[in-house]
Design a protein around this ligand. Structure first.
Ligand code: HEM
Length: 122
């Protein structure tokens, strides 16, 4: 049977609204000393790209990652659970700020949680 699903990415209007969520998410990350340090040598353009791809992944948009590529992207960072959780909290806050219902936020956080083992301690 054919399965039809509308992703949260589409519901939020694809790239348009996603850009606003990205800007807000990005501000929250930079204002948080737990995680801002990881981005201090990354230029703004790269950071925006990171956040855009991250959110696309999280909401079921066009960028969907495999664990192997995520392990490689975060190699040498030795990310800890506290870093992952801080990013997840900021993502949740940014989505709620743009009117996403808590139950949908929880689904998104579960989805990014599937990459946790591939990203931590690399
Ligand atoms: C599920 C969670 C995550 C996803 C899906 C994700 C996604 C990505 C992607 C796609 C890239 C490569 C970006 C590119 O193409 O240039 C990347 C790199 C990076 N990620 Fe993540 N990330 C996650 C968690 C984290 C966390 C928790 C941190 C730190 C607190 C982090 C910090 C970084 C940094 C610093 C880079 C390198 C940026 C650069 O200098 O080019 N990421 N991530």
């Amino acid at each position: 049977m054919a399965q039809q699903t509308t992703t949260l990415y589409e519901t939020l209007g694809g790239e348009g609204t996603i850009g606003k969520v990205v800007d807000y998410f990005y501000e929250l990350i930079l204002a948080d000393p737990t995680v801002s340090k990881f981005f201090e040598n990354t230029d703004m353009e790269k950071q925006r790209k990171h956040q855009t791809k991250f959110i696309s992944f999280a909401l079921g948009g066009p960028y969907q990652y495999t664990g192997a590529s995520m392990a490689k992207a975060h190699a040498g960072m030795n990310l800890q659970p506290e870093h992952f959780d801080a990013i997840a909290n900021h993502l949740g806050a940014a989505l709620e700020h743009f009117g996403v219902a808590r139950k949908d936020v929880d689904k998104v956080l579960n989805h990014i949680g599937t990459l946790k083992d591939d990203i931590l301690y690399k």
